[in-house]
Design a protein around this ligand. Structure first.
Ligand code: FES
Length: 178
């Protein structure tokens, strides 16, 4: 069975614990090959399969806080299952994620709030790292906020930043958002 067929089958019935893990495994496989299937919208089992009772739905705003995501997630959102990135599941944690041909670093500054930015520093390309509240470059000390904005140089160029929304146990990243 292909990962996409697992996702399609999973969307046809209410989300059980067993199906959740099957779906997470399928999404992890998809993330690895860059062909993730995003949720179709508010009717998706991923979004409402648990009745929406404990599904979180927030994205970081420009100030680094979180606000509710509006509307359904479209086809340009790609999945980052927390089960595949346990470090990201912790508040203050992060993960380096290659998604849709982009090299990203994701961080969770506060519970349920995620930031996603390009990993390559805009100075000379070193990989930036999340320190719990911002992204820092180990090479020459540049620091960037949760929205990719420059906090301190030497570079004046912000990191590309992408909206990220938590739905259940999957962080969805909108790659067209930078
Ligand atoms: Fe990041 Fe120089 S490469 S500050």
């Amino acid at each position: 069975m292909t990962p996409s067929s697992v996702v399609e089958r999973a969307a046809e019935a209410p989300l059980s614990r067993r199906r959740f893990f099957a779906l997470s495994a399928a999404c992890a496989a998809c993330a690895a090959c860059g062909s993730t299937a995003p949720p179709a919208g508010k009717d998706s089992a991923l979004v409402d399969g648990n009745g929406g009772e404990d599904a979180e739905d927030v994205v970081p705003d420009d100030d680094g806080g979180c606000e509710a995501a509006e509307g359904a997630l479209g086809p340009d959102w790609q999945a980052v299952p927390l089960v595949s990135y346990p470090g990201l599941a912790e508040v203050g944690g992060s993960a380096n994620v290659d998604l849709g041909g982009r090299r990203l670093v994701l961080g969770q500054p506060t519970a349920g709030c995620f930031s996603a930015v390009d990993r390559a520093c805009t100075h000379q390309g070193c990989d930036v790292a999340f320190d719990g509240g911002r992204f820092v470059c180990p090479c020459h000390g540049a620091a960037f906020g949760l929205g990719g904005e420059v906090l301190s140089g030497p570079t004046p160029i912000p990191l590309g930043a992408y909206p990220a929304a938590l739905r259940g146990e999957i962080v969805w990243v909108q790659l067209s958002g930078a």
